[in-house]
Unconditional design. Sequence first.
Length: 126
Amino acid sequence: MTQWTAICRVDDIPLLGSRRVARGQGLPVALFRTAGDRVHALLDRCPHKGGPLSQGIVFGDSVACPLHNWTIAFADGRARAPDEGCTPTFACKVEGGQVFLDADELAGKALDLKAPVAGPCAHAHG
């Protein structure tokens, strides 16, 4: 049975915007709120170059990465063609205006994915 963790109120997520959820380990999860008040959760990392999806533009049921405008679908985390790649999705539900994430996924999903390293010393991090 799924254990749900309360994260925030739906109104705490800007309409057509996002909110980042820090985790004990791993990259943050981004919560997105659509024009229809649906809430979706993705790892806050574009599959292309690791851009912060939480800083992207929400439209329809997708978000555009702020770095290179890749479109990532909320339903499955896949990049829209012709781009290819996938960002992990997280189970999310809304009850009584409260947003919940699956506690097991929050604690253990996609912990192996790292933030990109940029700058002149990027090669030193292998």
